[in-house]
Design a protein around this ligand. Structure first.
Ligand code: LLP
Length: 425
């Protein structure tokens, strides 16, 4: 069986019972099912393969901000993915996981000099450039170290897309991308620069875009722009159409990938461009759960709190975006949901809550629960808040599992900190 399913009343990841993982790795920990990552990759690549001929297939550059564990990266590399990175740290991870630098694209509004230099030295496929000052910086760094940079310009298509206002990126009030006029200026500016080659465009309208028409609206802005640029004598041979494919957390309308792929075929393919995509959440979100143990059940006059050992520092989506995640017991799963719990962590603030008034079976100290759909933007956004160690990560492959990241020790947490001499006794 693939994914997270119940067998004999116990939740399994593929064929491994979650209590066994809790015993080996401790809680809280993230558990990822390799089978689900494979399945999601095949779904996406399959939809594109059905819509477009073999020679026109996009390069899927996994947006590794979603989950950057090097085991997850290695798996996606082995499936044929390229990589989308937003920092030198992600470049280091990508190279460590064996990605060919020629399949790496660098995005982000604030690329630093040393990051640009590292990407140039590695020989990445392209920089997705978000402003003219950034273009100038890339040209300067490239000339300083004697390299050439391939660049594409990120268009801000001014469309609304994204499951939450904090993860929408394609409105003109957002910091991302450039207007059509600025993109045109950037192409002209690049022509005057020695070490940069402008090759095309990129865009990314947001994340968890379940208003799927927004993709089409954004795509429709591309043909006229490409034609205009070509008429003005510019090369436009690449288009990066970003990520943002939604997944189901609760009852969201799923994106019909075939419809999406057909928009790419009908609107983008006729432009005869190398197409790049940057899926993150879609590939890994449903592949992960956060496994946690009940520390206490606290009944007040008002409500019942299920205090678990995972907290907002481990998974911050509920606190940050009011995100809804399914919560389920890992054992005794046939018990009816007779209780309503506020599921909370140990952190000292009221935003440390995973769910309010959630119907669940009665649970007790020591029981295990999972917070579902936590494979994307879970561990990658975790912090040491309250000096809690970064948690362990586990990958299941069929009937085996590996700890792919050890829980931090307190020495790990304190590494690099110093008490100044004048404060030492
Ligand atoms: N490309 C670019 C340029 C991006 O900024 C992002 C995500 C992606 C691709 C991948 O988007 P995806 O396919 O995963 O939707 N922390 C938030 C999501 C932030 C997304 C940031 N950018 C969350 O937990 O919902």
């Amino acid at each position: 069986m693939t994914g997270f399913n119940e067998k004999n009343g116990i939740l399994h990841a593929d064929d491994v019972p979650l209590p066994q993982i809790a015993k080996a790795a401790g809680t809280p920990c993230y558990v990822y099912a390799a089978s689900v990552i494979r399945q999601q990759y095949e779904r996406l690549a399959g939809a594109m393969a059905r819509a477009m001929p073999p020679g026109k297939q996009p390069l899927l550059c996994y947006a590794c901000k979603a989950n950057s564990n090097i085991a997850v990266l290695s798996l996606l590399r082995s499936l044929g993915c390229g990589l989308e990175i937003v920092s030198e740290g992600e470049l280091v991870r990508g190279l460590k996981a064996g990605f060919d630098a020629g399949k790496i694209v660098s995005t982000g509004v604030g690329k630093q000099k040393r990051e640009i230099a590292a990407c140039l030295k590695a020989g990445i496929h392209q920089f997705n450039v978000e402003s003219i000052p950034e273009l100038e910086m890339i040209a300067a760094v490239a000339s300083e170290i004697g390299k050439n940079a391939n660049v594409v310009f990120r268009l801000n298509p001014d469309v609304v897309g994204g499951g939450h206002h904090k993860i929408s990126t394609g409105r003109k009030s957002d910091k991302f991308g450039m207007s059509v006029e600025v993109v045109q200026k950037a192409f002209a500016a690049a022509k005057t620069m020695k070490n940069v080659k402008a090759l095309g465009l990129s865009m990314h309208i947001g994340s968890q875009v379940f208003t799927v028409e927004s993709f089409r609206e954004a795509f429709e802005k591309i043909p006229a722009l490409v034609e205009g640029l070509r008429k003005a004598g510019h090369t436009v041979s690449r288009l990066d159409i970003g990520g943002g494919f939604p997944i189901v957390y609760r009852d969201e309308k799923l994106l019909d990938l075939d419809a999406y792929a057909q928009w790419v075929r009908d609107i983008i393919m006729p432009l005869d461009l190398e197409i790049i995509m940057e899926p993150g959440r879609y590939l890994v979100g449903g592949a992960g759960v956060l496994l946690t143990e009940v520390l206490y059940v606290k009944e007040t006059q008002d409500r019942a709190f299920l205090i678990v050992d995972a907290a907002m520092n481990d998974l911050m989506r509920p606190a940050l975006y009011d995100a809804w995640h399914g919560i389920e017991p890992a054992q005794n799963r046939s018990a009816p949901a007779t209780k309503q719990y506020d599921v909370v962590g140990p952190i000292c603030e009221s935003s440390d809550i995973f769910a309010a008034q959630r119907p669940l079976p009665a649970m007790k100290q020591g029981d295990l629960a999972v917070i579902r759909t936590a494979g994307a933007y879970g561990f990658s956004m975790a912090s040491n808040y309250n000096s809690r160690p970064l948690l362990a990560e586990v990958m299941v492959n069929g009937n085996t599992f590996d700890i792919i990241r050890k829980r931090q020790s307190y020495e790990d947490i304190l590494r690099g900190e110093e008490i100044p001499g004048w404060l030492k006794k």
